[in-house]
Design a protein around this ligand. Sequence first.
Ligand SMILES: *[C@@H]1O[C@H](CO)[C@@H](O)[C@H](O)[C@H]1NC(C)=O
Length: 232
Amino acid sequence: MKSILLSILLLPISVFSAPANDKKMIISNQCDKTLQMGYQTNDDPRGTTIEIGVNGSHTLHVNSNWAGRVWARESCDYHACDLAGAGDPASLAEFKFNNNNADIDYYDVSFVDGFNLPVSIEPVMNGGLDEFVQLDSKHCRVSICDSLPVCPEDLKELDDAGQFVACNSACSKHGKDEYCCTGDHGSADTCNTNYYANTIKETCPDSYSYAFDDATSVYGCKANAYKIVFCP
Ligand SMILES: *[C@@H]1O[C@H](CO)[C@@H](O)[C@H](O)[C@H]1NC(C)=O
């Protein structure tokens, strides 16, 4: 009798504890061309693509513990628009949301797998500054790369007309452990910055430039919405 009562009492609790679709990502296109925006939940094989016109925006509603990435392409001729990552270079806006009150959301702009468009991530703070903002420069601040780093010649990908499509990562182009942070260079102690990562950091110090570039690239906040702007 007691256990039946208990399970009836627990039922609504388990319904309430399921993560709600209450995080918003507001994605804006300030580029001068229509974009195919892609977003992918971590561990899903492919993403979903949504077209956003010039000066347009699209709001995604995701779980409060969603983890994944957002990117965009002007053309799907050279890389599938629903793929981004190693071998399919694109600037990534990465997120790891936490519905646990004890932890914050993490976000970063990643060029680890290459880059194609300038991008920024900004938490939308209701009611202005909160306790997190005062912590340090990596809390609740905008992470921005508003003009692309120079792409070294050996990493450049051009279209048939010779126009820039994307900059490959040094790892996917040259496959060396020192760029991929694999093998003998598989830890934070043994994988350091390199010529290509430095090129990224010179122009976009906020962006992730190689796999162990956490300290200068990971931002944290607790907000209900995050604004992602392509060509900010
Ligand atoms: C987009 O916005 C910019 C800045 O306000 C404006 O100059 C431009 O004409 C707009 N483009 C389109 C296609 O609406």
